[in-house]
Design a protein around this ligand. Structure first.
Ligand SMILES: *Cc1c(COP(=O)(O)O)cnc(C)c1O
Length: 426
């Protein structure tokens, strides 16, 4: 028996399902997880000592690759000085300045400990600022696991076949209005039917939790206009896209300015960090300046801040995003060609270093079209690719990422493995 199988059994004695986040259980791909012992650069190693090329990158954060010498150095420095103080540090100001300088719409930013917390706090702030209750979100967009945001929430739930979740009150669910992604008409109707009741509209400006779905031409601008027309705030959830598509995230990439932005994943450099920020007059409604309460014992944790500052500094160097875009293109084009050569119907998407190959002919523009994918086939593809040393997301509805340390050889190895696998499975 594989050591991982044994370890997974043991974990299940103590942890629900053996995992601390459901997608890690590999349920939808018909196998059990490999336990990880370490990772370095573009590689990740399991407890059996097998090496894989990592295209998941801890679900996005590890854009510098694993074990970045720069991150380790700054974190080690800080470790010696203390790991948590519950009092202000210069590191927090430095990290905040780096975020404010990088992200166009952010005048003021507050750090929290996860993406979930960032979104939850941003929504509360939007409600407090507008004095309205309802929110609009999109089918298949994921915004963390807080109550009210789990309706139609993309990968983690759909992969497990859970449409929404018990434990969320009817009142909470009723305040969440859902529209299909890329459908401006549906959003307008929701605004008209719920006139003067919608506090904010939140979306992933590139959807990264139902595979990778780019916004249609004019979609983001259309949402900006609708929010202005109906007096609602526009929130970009850039927990994945922030610092991935550009230093200023999707809002820089597409040139659209939201009122509030949520961040996470990359800004923690592999440590637990989230952040939310936006226009000064809105952010000043937060305690201690204003009445909207929000707090955190470990918020702005010095180790996490040290890592985040280093990551942003590294990403600020010239050529970063051109390089990531080129890798994303090479990866997406190669995988699509491998599927075409094997005669398998697929639809490929790519924005910067975010890519997805859907096992459906497409086009994939929203959750309904993404859901046509053959997930059983994805499971077989996933398992065969894992055996060939390719660490992919254990779900059709996740991104395949390139990072700064993903080499052309890594990408070519992925494509070669896909060519073999897809021919075998065709
Ligand atoms: C991952 C993710 C979140 C939640 O972040 P956590 O750190 O897992 O709580 C929120 N929004 C988006 C778009 C995400 O991808």
């Amino acid at each position: 028996m594989l050591k991982s199988v044994q370890l997974f059994e043991e974990a299940q004695h103590y942890i629900p399902g053996g995992v601390n986040s459901p997608v890690r259980a590999y349920k939808s791909v018909g196998t059990t997880p490999r336990f990880v012992s370490s990772a370095q650069g573009s590689r990740i190693y399991d407890v059996e000592g097998r090496e894989y090329i990592d295209f998941v990158q801890s679900w996005g954060p590890m854009i510098l690759g694993h074990g970045s010498a720069e991150v380790i150095e700054s974190v080690t420095d800080q470790l010696k000085r203390g790991t948590s103080f519950g009092a202000p540090t210069v590191l927090e100001t430095m990290a905040a300045k780096a975020v404010v300088d990088a992200v166009p719409s952010i005048d003021l930013v507050r750090f929290v400990s996860s993406g979930t917390e960032a979104v939850m706090s941003a929504i509360r702030l939007a409600r407090g600022y507008t004095d309205r209750d309802k929110i609009i979100k999109f089918d298949g967009n994921y915004h963390g696991h807080s109550d009210g945001l789990l309706a139609s929430a993309g990968s983690g739930l759909v992969t497990l076949g859970i449409p929404s979740t018990p434990g969320v009150t009817k009142g909470n669910a009723a305040d969440t209005l859902i529209a299909p992604y890329n459908d401006l008409g549906a959003v307008r109707t929701l605004f008209e039917v719920n006139k003067d009741e919608v506090a904010c509209l939140i979306l992933e400006p590139v959807a990264g939790n139902m595979g990778v779905i780019p916004p249609a031409d004019g979609f983001l601008q259309g949402l900006r206009d609708l929010c202005d027309e109906f007096g609602a705030l526009l929130i970009f959830d850039e927990v994945i896209t922030g610092f991935r598509l550009a230093l200023g995230g999707a809002q820089e990439y597409y040139g659209i300015t939201p009122d509030l932005t949520t961040l996470g994943k990359i800004i923690g450099g592999g440590f637990p960090v989230g952040a939310f920020g936006g226009r000064r007059e809105i952010m000043e409604k937060l305690a201690p300046l204003g009445p909207v309460y929000q707090a955190g014992t470990l918020s702005g944790n010095p180790i996490a801040m040290a890592a985040g500052i280093t990551v942003i500094e590294r990403l600020s160097r010239p050529g970063t995003y051109e390089g990531l875009e080129a890798k994303g293109k090479r990866l997406a084009t190669g995988l699509k060609a491998a599927a075409d050569a094997a005669g398998i119907a697929t639809f490929g998407t790519q924005v910067g270093s975010m890519t997805c190959l859907y096992f459906t002919e497409g086009p994939v523009i929203d959750w309904d079209s993404a859901a046509k994918s053959d997930t059983e086939f994805y499971g077989a593809y996933f398992r065969a690719m894992l055996d060939r040393g390719m660490w992919l997301a254990p779900s059709q509805f996740e991104a395949c990422f390139a990072s700064l340390v993903t080499t052309e050889d890594d990408i070519d190895a992925l494509i070669a493995a896909a060519e073999e696998t897809l021919k075998e499975l065709a």
